[in-house]
Design a protein around this ligand. Structure first.
Ligand code: HEM
Ligand SMILES: *[C@@H]1O[C@H](CO)[C@@H](O)[C@H](O)[C@H]1NC(C)=O
Ligand SMILES: *[C@@H]1O[C@H](CO)[C@@H](O)[C@H](O)[C@H]1NC(C)=O
Ligand SMILES: *[C@@H]1O[C@H](CO)[C@@H](O)[C@H](O)[C@H]1NC(C)=O
Length: 503
C-alpha cells in the first residue's frame, strides 16, 4: 500500500506539469497572436467555441449546396464579412469590393490558402505554389501568355471548333444530352494544341475517358476539402479513396507523359536538322528550362497537368453553363442568334468578326458572374490596409467570395436573374472598378483570361449560328437556387442537360 502513495503523487505532479505547460502555451499563443484575436473579435461572425472554433456554422454546408448556402450566409452575417476560427486558424470570409481590391493590389499577399494543398498534384506548380517558388515559376511562364501570341492559336480555334460543331450533329435526335463532355473534349484539344503543342485529338479519338479521369479526380479532391472525416490520412486510405485518387492521377499523368515525350522527340529532331527555333509557347519554355537543368521532368508533368485543368475544365464548365442558360432563356438566345446572323457573312463565324458580337460577349460575362470561380483564398503574409478604419492583419486565412461580390445589389440591378444587360456598354462604364473579377486580379490574376474569352466567344458564336438549344426545365426564380455541386466552379447536380435542333 505504502509503495503506491509516492507513485500516485508522481503521476499527479506530472499531470499538473502537463496541464501547466498546456496552459502556459495557450496563454503564450494567445499573447503572440494578440493582434489576430483583437481583429477577429472586431469582426461579426459566429461565436467561437473551445476546440472547434466557429466551424459549427459549416454544419449543413456541403459541396452540393454551396451555391444556395452562399446566398443565406450573407443574410446571417451582415456586413458580408464573417470571421471563423477553424482548426486553430483565423478565417475571414469577405466579399466587400474594397477588401478584395486591397488584397489583390498587394504585391506581397500572393500565397494561396492552405486548403489548396488538397488539390495540389505532385510538385508545387504555378497554380498552387507560394512565395519565392511561385514567383520563379510565374516569371518563367508569363511570356507564354502574352496577347501578341494569341494569333498563333487561331488555326487551333478554327480546327477544333469546326470539329465540335460538326460532332454535335449526332445529338440532333431530339433527346436530352449532357453538353459538358463534347465541350470538354474540344477545350482539351484547344489547350493541348496551343499550350503543349500536341494534337491529342480528344474529339476525333473520342477520348471521353480523358475527360472523365480529370473530372473524377477533381471531384474527389473537392469532396475531401468538404469532408472533415477524410482529412485524416489513414481514414482516407482505409476508405479506399486514396488508392483511387492515386490511380486516377497515374492514368492522367500517363496521357501527359506521352504528350511531353512526343514534344521532346520533335525538338530533338528539329535540333538535329538545325530547325529548332526559340519559341514562347508554353511547353517549349518549360522544356528549355528542363534542358537548362532548372526544372525537373516531374515538375513539368505537374505543370502541364494543372494548366490542362485550369485551361480546359474551367472553360468547359463556363461554356456548358452558357448553353444550359440559353436553353432556359430562349428570348436571350434568339437575340444572340440574330446578332450573330446579321454580323457574320459566311457559313461560319470568323475570329475577326467577334468584335461585332457585343451581345454574345455580354451573355458570356453574365454567365461568368453567376457561374464563374466562386471562391479563392489567400494566406495573408502581410497586413492589408483596406481603409482608415480597417487593416486586416497578417496570419488571417482570407476567403474571397467573388460569387457574393457578383451578386451584391449595390452593383447589380437584378442580382439573381440572368440579365445580360448588366454588361451593356453603358452599365459596364458606370460600375466601379473591381466589382466584376471573374479572373481575379493583381499578381496572381488568371494568365489565360484573354485566351479563355476569345475561345469562348468563338465557340459560342459558331455553335449558336448552327443550332438552337432548348430544355423542359422552367427558369429558376433565382439562379442561386439551382442544385449544384462545387469543383473549382459550380456544376449542376443533374449535369448540363439540353435538347438541340438545327437552325
Ligand atoms: C473561363 C475560363 C477561366 C476562368 C473562369 C479562370 C479563372 C481563374 C481564376 C479566378 C484564377 C485565380 C485563382 C486565384 O486567385 O486563386 C485563375 C488562375 C489561373 N488560371 Fe485561369 N481561368 C480560366 C481559364 C484559364 C485558361 C484558358 C488558362 C490557361 C491557358 C488558365 C490558367 C490559369 C493559371 C495557370 C492560373 C494560376 C495563376 C497563378 O496562380 O499564378 N485559366 N483562373
Ligand atoms: C501562411 O504563411 C506563413 C508565412 O509564409 C506560414 O508560416 C504559415 O504556415 C502559412 N499558414 C498556413 C495556414 O498555411
Ligand atoms: C450587328 O449586330 C447588332 C445587334 O447586336 C446590330 O445592331 C448591328 O447592326 C449588326 N451589324 C451589322 C454590320 O449587321
Ligand atoms: C472600410 O472598409 C470596410 C470593408 O469594406 C467597410 O465595412 C467600412 O465601412 C470601411 N470604412 C470606411 C471608413 O470607409
Amino acid at each position: 500500500m505504502d509503495g503506491n502513495i509516492p507513485k500516485l503523487g508522481l503521476s499527479n505532479i506530472l499531470l499538473m506539469c502537463v496541464i501547466g505547460a498546456i496552459t502556459i502555451r495557450a496563454i503564450y499563443q494567445r499573447w503572440k497572436n494578440r493582434k489576430l484575436y483583437a481583429f477577429m473579435s472586431s469582426i461579426p461572425g459566429p461565436m467561437s467555441l473551445p476546440f472547434i472554433g466557429g466551424i459549427y456554422v459549416c454544419i449543413g454546408i456541403s459541396r452540393n449546396n454551396l451555391f444556395r448556402k452562399l446566398k443565406t450566409f450573407k443574410k446571417n452575417y451582415p456586413g458580408i464579412i464573417a470571421g471563423i476560427w477553424e482548426r486553430g486558424k483565423p478565417h475571414l470570409i469577405v466579399s466587400s469590393r474594397e477588401v478584395v481590391n486591397a488584397v489583390l493590389a498587394s504585391s506581397e499577399n500572393i500565397d494561396k490558402i492552405y486548403h489548396y494543398r488538397n488539390v495540389k498534384i505532385g510538385t508545387a506548380t504555378m497554380f498552387s505554389a507560394s512565395g519565392t517558388e511561385w514567383r520563379m515559376i510565374r516569371n518563367i511562364m508569363n511570356p507564354s501568355f502574352q496577347t501578341k501570341l494569341l494569333p498563333l492559336f487561331d488555326v487551333h480555334f478554327y480546327n477544333h471548333v469546326k470539329t465540335f460543331v460538326s460532332n454535335l450533329k449526332e445529338h440532333l435526335n431530339g433527346d436530352k444530352f449532357d453538353i459538358f463532355t463534347p465541350i470538354h473534349l474540344c477545350t482539351i484539344d484547344l489547350i493541348c494544341d496551343s499550350m503543349v503543342r500536341n494534337r491529342i485529338g480528344a474529339q476525333e479519338n473520342r477520348l471521353v475517358r480523358f475527360s472523365y479521369v480529370m473530372t473524377q479526380l477533381y471531384e474527389m479532391l473537392f469532396e475531401k476539402i468538404f469532408s472533415p472525416l477524410l482529412w485524416s490520412d489513414w481514414i482516407y486510405a482505409l476508405s479506399g479513396k486514396k488508392k483511387l485518387v492515386r490511380a486516377l492521377r497515374k492514368e492522367q499523368n500517363d496521357y501527359l507523359q506521352k504528350m511531353m515525350d512526343q514534344r521532346i522527340r520533335e525538338r530533338a529532331e528539329l535540333k538535329v536538322a538545325g530547325h529548332l527555333e526559340t519559341s514562347q509557347i508554353y511547353i517549349d519554355i518549360l522544356l528549355d528550362k528542363m534542358d537548362a537543368g532548372i526544372l525537373s521532368k516531374q515538375h513539368i508533368i505537374s505543370e502541364i497537368s494543372e494548366i490542362l485543368v485550369a485551361g480546359s475544365f474551367t472553360t468547359a464548365i463556363v461554356l456548358s453553363w452558357v448553353f444550359k442558360l440559353l436553353a432556359v432563356y430562349p428570348d436571350i438566345q434568339e437575340k444572340a442568334y440574330q446578332e450573330i446572323k446579321k454580323n457574320c457573312s459566311g457559313e461560319e463565324v470568323r475570329l475577326d468578326e467577334l468584335s461585332e458580337l457585343v451581345y454574345t460577349e455580354m451573355i458570356i460575362k453574365e454567365t461568368l458572374r453567376h457561374c464563374g470561380v466562386p471562391l479563392t483564398g489567400r494566406n495573408l503574409t502581410k497586413d492589408v490596409r483596406v481603409n482608415d478604419s480597417m487593416t486586416i492583419p497578417a496570419g488571417i486565412q482570407l476567403i474571397m467570395s467573388a460569387h457574393d461580390l457578383h451578386h451584391d445589389p449595390e452593383y447589380w440591378e437584378r442580382p439573381g436573374e440572368f440579365y445580360p444587360e448588366h454588361f451593356s456598354p453603358a452599365n459596364e462604364k458606370s460600375r466601379p472598378k473591381g466589382a466584376f473579377v471573374p479572373f481575379m486580379g493583381g499578381k496572381r490574376v488568371c494568365p489565360g483570361s484573354r485566351y479563355a474569352m476569345r475561345s469562348m466567344r468563338f465557340l459560342v458564336a459558331n455553335t449558336l449560328l448552327r443550332y438552337k438549344f432548348s430544355t423542359d426545365e422552367n427558369p429558376p426564380k433565382d439562379i442561386r437556387d439551382m442544385d449544384c455541386r462545387y469543383i473549382f466552379l459550380f456544376l449542376p447536380t443533374n449535369g448540363f442537360l439540353v435538347k438541340m435542333d438545327i437552325r
